[in-house]
Design a protein around this ligand. Structure first.
Ligand code: SAM
Length: 230
C-alpha cells in the first residue's frame, strides 16, 4: 500500500485520551484491542507497559521513526497556529491551551518512538490499511478507531467508510469510532446511512457521550457490536 508521507498528519494521542474517547473500562482494557490508524499515538506503548494486549495498524508504519518524526516536526507548528486562530472551534477541557495541546502531542510521539522498534519486532505495530486488512477473522475483541473514519469524510467517500467498518467487524467483535465529526466540525454525512445499513444487517449500534472533547461538539463515539455479544 503506497502512502505519501507528505499527505499525513501524524498526530497521536495518549492512552488516557483513548480511555476517555472510547469510554474504555478496566474490563475493556483487558480485551484484545486493535488500534486502527493509530499513527504515532502512545496508546499502544502505554497499554503494553501496563500489561495489556494491543496491536496497532497503520500504513504509516512503512516509514521509519525518524521519517515519522520529521513529518510531525514539519506540520506541528502550522497546525497549532491554525488551532490558535480558530478559538471558537475548540474546547480547552482536556488540553488547557494550544501550547498544552502541542506539548501533549510531542509527548505522545516521543513515547511512541521510544517503543516503535520493539513494538514492530513484537508485531504490535503492523503495516496495514483500511478498507482491506490482512488480519484473520475475529482476531480481536475490540477495535478502536480515533480521528480517521468520519473525520476525513471530505477526503474518503461513503463506500470507503462502509467497507472499512465492515472490515473492522470482520476482524473484531466490537468496533468503536471517535469522533463523529468531520474536520469542518460537521456531523459526518455518512453516519446516518451507515447506522441504517448496519442496523438492517443486524448489528447493534449506539452513539455514546464520552468525557472528551477537543473539537467543539465532538464528544460522541459510535459503538457497534455483533448480535451475540448482547
Ligand atoms: C490523525 S491520525 C490519528 C492517529 C491516532 N489514531 C490518534 O488518534 O492518536 C490519522 C491516522 O490515520 C492513518 N491512516 C491513513 N490512511 C489509513 C488507512 N487507509 N487505514 C488505516 N489508517 C490510515 C494515518 O497514517 C494517521 O496515522
Amino acid at each position: 500500500m503506497a502512502m505519501k508521507l507528505e499527505t499525513v498528519v501524524p498526530f497521536g494521542r495518549s492512552l488516557d485520551e483513548y480511555i476517555k474517547m472510547f469510554n474504555l473500562t478496566d474490563a475493556d482494557l483487558t480485551k484484545r484491542i486493535l488500534g486502527v490508524g493509530d499513527g504515532p499515538a502512545s496508546f499502544n506503548a502505554e497499554a503494553t507497559k501496563l500489561g495489556y494486549t494491543a496491536t496497532s495498524i497503520d500504513p504509516l508504519y512503512q516509514f521509519s521513526g525518524a521519517e515519522i518524526l520529521s513529518r510531525f516536526n514539519a506540520v506541528v507548528d502550522d497546525i497549532i497556529e491554525q488551532v490558535r486562530t480558530s478559538p471558537n472551534d475548540w474546547v480547552w477541557m482536556y488540553h488547557q491551551s494550544p501550547d498544552d495541546l502541542r506539548q501533549n502531542r510531542v509527548h505522545a510521539i516521543q513515547t511512541f518512538l521510544n517503543d516503535y522498534g520493539a513494538g514492530k519486532a513484537d508485531g504490535r505495530y503492523r503495516i496495514d490499511a483500511l478498507p482491506h486488512l490482512t488480519l484473520p477473522d475475529q482476531a480481536y475483541d475490540l477495535a478502536v478507531c480515533s480521528h480517521f473514519l468520519f473525520l476525513y469524510s471530505e477526503q474518503l467517500d461513503y463506500s470507503f467508510h462502509l467497507e472499512s467498518i465492515q472490515e473492522l467487524l470482520r476482524v473484531s467483535r466490537e468496533v468503536r469510532i471517535f469522533p463523529l465529526l468531520t474536520l469542518m466540525r460537521q456531523r459526518s454525512p455518512y453516519l446516518d446511512p451507515i447506522l441504517q445499513t448496519l442496523g438492517e444487517q443486524g448489528y447493534f449500534l449506539a452513539i455514546k457521550k464520552v468525557p472528551y472533547e477537543l473539537q467543539k461538539g465532538g464528544n460522541e463515539m459510535l459503538a457497534i457490536t455483533t448480535k451475540h455479544d448482547n
